[in-house]
Design a protein around this ligand. Structure first.
Ligand SMILES: *Cc1c(COP(=O)(O)O)cnc(C)c1O
Length: 421
């Protein structure tokens, strides 16, 4: 029975691979490129694959905590933060932040009405109520004027987002408002790792911040995240969460390492038109999904809350060495998209005075029809375009009524890739 089912899966993959290669022949014949830039992170390279292979072939160091603390220290230093703790996802790092701030059942958190479902989930898992506030359309951050109206006596914390690699327009004003009302600030730096404001990296103005190294973010460990703070008392509380967190199982770590192969050979390798298929045949059944259907429904996965083990931290450490180079390249590409906006009469995203973005993606508001039907992009630009976010609470179909700006972004914001090879 079992053997038969394995064989049927493999023949299904084989058929798909053959179909793909026939399509490639057509593309060759028509003079079209075989592959397009990926909308994933595009930061994994051969050396990351070599590191992955080493860790898979020698498992003697899998419990070596020093590798993890080396990654945390290197990240803290690079980021200009006093304390950093590595987890298996930005969402878990956010849960650590929620714990650190001592948020409790019945407390209220104000979130942007334009975010990922795993963000409200982290609050709900802790019993914290979420209240949404509308965004502005210059940098897709919280709009400070509308935010102020949402503050109630129960409000304890504001989730301050920096999206697409930009620094949020009302950064300083939101921090000032929070201080005025004695509220805490958690910075969501999942898209903006490395972006700077007045010379320092984002994530250092609020009380706590989290970053993501999920496979579509600024640096890529397939899944992973970091929580940081400059407050020694909050660091003790972050550590408390960290200490009680479990490491993922050996099988789960191995699966994630296999996903490094999948990601590199399918999305980055110059010959991915065929190497991708080979990786699919070898590891396709190991594919990790970032946000499960369970999470989309608001349920907590049973293995939620893990901290980062040594093999994943080793990849993070190597990615961190290259992040400045990649962010530089992203900013170069952004200039190209600037010109495209100017030429076609679209507004460029706002780069706040004194800020240095990293442009994980280049967001533009276009006609709704051009977001719905994206075939024009490949034809006109030679790239596939991203559609972050597809709803107020991405990627669910939850809709917030009367959120004018967020709803405009949902129907009209497309995002260009910024690492093209
Ligand atoms: C990806 C993302 C997160 C969560 O990060 P994970 O590492 O995927 O858990 C949080 N906020 C935003 C805006 C994100 O895009």
């Amino acid at each position: 029975m079992k053997i038969a089912s394995i064989q049927s899966i493999e023949s299904w993959r084989l058929r798909r691979m053959i179909r793909h290669q026939v399509l490639n022949l057509f593309k060759l014949f028509l003079g079209r490129p075989l592959t397009l830039p990926s909308l994933g992170s595009m930061t994994l390279e051969q050396d990351d694959v070599d590191i992955t292979s080493q860790w898979l072939s020698d498992r003697s160091q899998w419990n070596n905590r020093k590798v993890v603390t080396d990654y945390e220290s290197a990240f803290a230093e690079w980021n200009g933060s006093r304390h950093a703790f590595a987890f298996m996802g930005g969402r878990v790092a956010l849960s650590a932040c929620i714990h650190a701030l001592g948020l409790q059942s019945g407390d209220e958190a104000i979130l942007p009405g334009y975010t990922c479902v795993v963000v409200p989930n982290a609050f709900h898992y802790a019993g914290v109520n979420t209240v949404y506030s509308d965004i502005e359309l210059d940098t897709y951050g919280l709009d400070v004027a509308q935010l102020e109206e949402k503050i109630t006596p129960r409000t304890r914390v504001i989730l301050l987002p920096h999206l697409y690699g930009l620094v949020c327009r009302d950064y300083e004003a939101i921090i000032a408002l929070a201080r005025l009302h004695n509220l805490k600030v958690i910075e969501d730096c999942a898209h903006s790792t490395g972006a700077k404001w007045c010379g320092s990296k984002v994530g250092n103005l609020g009380d706590v911040a989290f970053y993501s190294s999920e496979q579509s973010k600024v640096l890529n460990t397939i899944q992973g995240g970091m929580a940081v703070t400059n407050d020694d008392t909050l660091a003790i509380k972050l550590k408390e969460y960290y200490e009680q967190a479990a490491y993922p199982s050996t099988e789960r770590i191995e699966q994630q390492l296999h996903n490094v192969y999948l990601n590199y050979f399918q999305q980055k390798h110059p010959s991915r038109w065929w190497r991708g298929d080979l990786a699919e045949l070898l590891y396709g059944d190991k594919l990790l999904i970032s946000t499960t259907q369970e999470e989309e429904k608001g349920r907590k996965p049973s293995d939620y809350g893990n901290k980062m083990p040594a093999p994943i931290a080793a990849i993070g450490l190597n990615q961190l060495k290259k992040i400045d180079r990649f962010n530089q390249l992203r900013c170069e590409t952004a200039k190209h998209w600037d010109l495209w906006c100017e030429k076609h009469g679209y507004a460029k995203p706002l780069v706040v005075e004194g800020s240095e973005p990293v442009f994980l993606r280049y967001p533009v508001l276009v006609e709704a029809e051009r977001k719905k039907n994206r075939s024009w992009a490949v034809k006109e630009l030679g790239v596939d375009i991203g559609i972050w976010f597809v709803s107020n609470i991405h990627p669910t179909n939850q809709c917030l009524l009367n959120f004018n700006n967020a709803n405009i972004a949902v129907s009209r914001c497309i995002n260009f890739p910024t690492l093209l090879q």
